[in-house]
Write a protein that binds this ligand. Structure first.
Ligand code: ADP
Ligand code: MG
Length: 225
């Protein structure tokens, strides 16, 4: 018990520290970004390649920081009656440009009278974004992402996100959610860790099914409140 208390104390100190650092890094980054833009405009096309690299590295730093901020929980967490279908539709909309670029279509199935649940909408949205973004990213030749939300017979909310990507082998499935585990050149390996943590905080669970060469299904189960 004592040990556990100490552990959670340490975790929250680390969390606050991470949040503080992330905020501190963000401010100078905003300034840098502005000046880089100015520079790009005045230098013109000559060094386009350099600027492409700078921009993509910037995006990488930004996504690491955003994911750390979610992890460190600095925002006011507000649990409230939440309509999961609305959040999912927002997420799909948010990622629509990326989906088009990857030639990905969505198939959505939602239970009509789905009850609302008490949850943190922004955090759940972050989970949906992370999982769907991964799905889009693995479908390099396009395809369909099937999303469904409904109730299970034993009274849980079941969110299913299915892709037609390359799949994940059994031994790699175990590594999902490990900090910094990524197979992407530009990955952070933080998205799933953050997502699993959020679902756990909602007293839910995640199951991953995958067939190499066929695709992957993420099942997220949340308790009804
Ligand atoms: P990142 O996307 O930055 O790599 P994530 O934590 O989101 O970090 O994902 C970790 C790794 O899990 C990915 O690099 C990828 O190898 C694997 N992964 C996640 N989702 C899928 C998926 N839908 N299909 C195949 N592999 C996946
Ligand atoms: Mg990811």
């Amino acid at each position: 018990m004592q040990e556990q208390l100490r552990k959670s104390d340490t975790l929250s100190v680390v969390g606050e520290l991470a949040a503080g650092i992330a905020h501190e890094i963000r401010n100078p980054m905003t300034a840098l970004k502005g000046f880089i833009q100015l520079l790009e405009n005045s230098v013109g096309k000559d060094h386009e390649m350099y600027f492409n690299v700078i921009t993509s590295e910037f995006q990488r730093i930004e996504s690491i920081i955003t994911e750390f901020l979610v992890l460190a929980k600095p925002q006011a967490i507000q649990y409230q009656e939440t309509n999961l279908i609305r959040i999912m539709k927002d997420t799909v909309e948010l990622l629509s440009a990326q989906a088009v670029m990857h030639n990905v279509q969505y198939e959505e199935r939602y239970q009509e009278d789905l009850p609302t649940i008490v949850a943190e909408p922004n955090q759940l949205k972050q989970v949906f974004i992370n999982v769907i973004k991964n799905a889009i990213e693995v479908m390099s030749d396009g395809g369909v992402i099937s999303i469904s939300i409904g109730e299970t017979e034993d009274g849980l909310i079941h969110i299913e996100i299915k892709d037609q990507g390359g799949g994940i082998s059994k031994d790699k499935i175990k590594k999902l959610g490990e900090p910094f585990y990524t197979t992407k050149e530009r990955g952070t390996g933080l998205g799933l860790m953050v997502s699993f943590k959020i679902i756990k905080e909602h007293k839910g669970s995640v199951q991953v099914e995958s067939i190499v060469g066929e695709g992957t299904v993420f099942h997220i189960y949340l308790p009804k409140s």
